[in-house]
Design a protein around this ligand. Structure first.
Ligand SMILES: [Cu+2]
Length: 495
């Protein structure tokens, strides 16, 4: 509860600030600036940059202390619902993993108060920042780690622009979620100017059976997230047909992610080091975002429709991966040569991080087979016992949402070596349209959610009429959400 209370405090101060800044700023929520009503084109020859939107992640509010922009970050445990019903114990900032997005403008003097509400020491590193060494947040080297209950105040002037990020510089804490986007805007927008600007943080977790805490020592991962959500729980990117769009991708995990966009070619316009000269831009539709890297891509959304945006590693397009495919699932069960625990070095009792045991060194996820009992998911069919059960096998009649339609399977499917692969993992059985219903998903094809999993979201390139419809729905929906941040000299995305 602590994070909710502290978050409310920060929001309250931001709200007061927004009122004070009304004359400096150009519009509050409800009177959101539009191209005609806000800052005029003549004020900025290139136009003011638009604020970055981080779907499913809040912005970090700030208050002005004289000429200093002051932010307040709280490192703390976070309960993060990565898909409906799957709540994972992560560590993050201000109630979110990834932490809230920070946005500043080039030349800003910035103060960031970091409070440590974790049970162990942490550090805060500003990735790629050209700042004095004693502000770098390298534990041991440039400062003492921030003790549990402790605070460290960072302050620096930022003479940079681009997609940066902040993260704990303790390696295991990084694998618990401790990162957030830090956007440094140019004073005037780049040419060509973008109409929509999005940030997406790529993360991965290994959540072993019977526990909600990721095993940060694992080398393989079964939950892949974009902004703390796995498909189909992500909020899609909503753009108007013809708009120029920037997507800023940030990766902090153990894997590199080739992020692929359907239906369009893009150019890579920036890295974690800032803007790239236009002479380096070449067309592509997949960008490899390596660990500790950021990549900005830009494209003109001229092709209407719903277009997938996803990591192209096949295992990164799945949720809760386990050994439930292949021959095992089409016979009446089969024994593994070794039980999973011994085979993989996993523990026989408790969880990998239980009190009575040390951590497992198991490399594989290996979920689902033991030598003691044969294991099978066959015959799986619509209405099978899997329906409406939680992980303990308890039935929940009130657990609405999973559609559990019949998978499309040939009569002789079991005679085909390799079957099944996706038959019980994708499609009607996995569809949960209602569970992930939100304004941004309005009008999608029924059953769409059954094919979205892992590090996968989509860009909706919408003709004016459909676009307006979704923005209307979103406004109604947002009326009971916290206020959006305003920033002097910045524009909200045009609606
Ligand atoms: Cu990936």
């Amino acid at each position: 509860m602590q994070h909710i209370l502290s978050g409310a405090g920060v929001f309250a101060s931001a709200r007061v600030l927004s009122a004070q800044e009304m004359d400096m700023s150009h519009g509050m929520k409800g009177t959101k600036s539009k191209r005609k009503g806000g800052m005029k084109e003549s004020d900025h020859p290139h136009g003011a940059p638009v604020l970055v939107e981080t779907p499913d992640v809040p912005d970090l509010p700030f208050r002005m202390d004289g000429k200093v922009k002051e932010f307040h970050l709280i490192a703390e445990p976070v309960k993060q619902e990565i898909v409906p019903g799957r709540v994972v114990d992560l560590w993050g900032y201000n109630g979110s993993a990834p932490g809230p997005t920070i946005q500043v403008s080039r030349g800003d003097r910035v103060r960031i108060i970091v409070d440590n509400h974790l049970p162990e020491a942490t550090s805060m590193h500003w990735h790629g920042f050209e700042i004095p060494n004693d502000m770098d947040g390298a534990p041991g080297l440039s400062q003492d780690p921030i003790a549990p209950g402790g605070r460290f105040v960072y302050e620096f002037t930022l003479d940079q622009e681009g997609t940066y990020f902040y993260h704990s510089h303790m390696a295991m804490q990084e694998m618990m979620g401790m990162i957030g986007a830090f956007i440094m805007h140019p004073k005037e927008s780049y040419k060509p100017r973008v109409d929509k600007d999005f940030a997406i943080v790529l993360q991965e977790y290994a959540v072993l059976p019977n526990i909600d805490v990721p095993n940060s020592m694992n080398m393989e991962f079964n939950w892949l997230t974009l902004n703390g959500k796995s498909g189909p729980a992500n909020t899609p990117l909503i753009v108007r047909q013809g708009e120029r769009v920037r997507i800023r991708l940030i990766n902090l995990g153990m894997d590199h992610h080739p992020i692929h966009l359907h239906g369009h070619q893009f150019v890579v316009t920036g890295t974690e080091g800032g803007r790239q000269p236009e002479s380096t831009w070449g067309p592509g539709n997949t960008v490899l975002v390596g660990v500790a890297q950021a990549r900005d891509v830009e494209f003109v959304a001229n092709n209407p429709g719903d277009w997938m945006l996803h990591c192209h590693l096949p295992h990164h397009m799945m949720n809760q991966m386990s050994s439930m495919v292949g021959p095992m699932s089409r016979r009446n069960g089969m024994s593994a040569g070794l039980d999973m625990e011994r085979g993989m070095g996993m523990l026989r009792q408790g969880s990998a991080t239980a009190e009575e045991n040390g951590p497992s060194l198991g490399r594989g996820m290996g979920v689902g087979s033991t030598s003691e009992q044969t294991m099978s998911n066959s015959p799986l069919k619509a209405g099978s016992p899997m329906q409406n059960q939680d992980r303990s096998g308890t039935k929940h009649e009130d657990m609405q949402g999973m559609q559990m339609g019949k998978p499309d399977v040939a009569k002789d499917a079991n005679a085909v070596p390799g079957f099944p692969q996706d038959a019980f993992m994708e499609g009607p059985m996995m569809a949960m349209d209602k569970m992930v219903d939100k304004p941004e998903n309005f009008g999608l094809r029924p059953g769409w959610s059954g094919f979205m999993a892992g590090m996968m979201t989509f860009v909706r390139v919408l003709p004016q009429e459909q676009y307006d419809q979704i923005i209307e729905l979103r406004k109604k929906h947002e009326s009971n959400k916290p206020l959006k941040m305003d920033m002097p000299g910045m524009e909200h995305q045009h609606e």
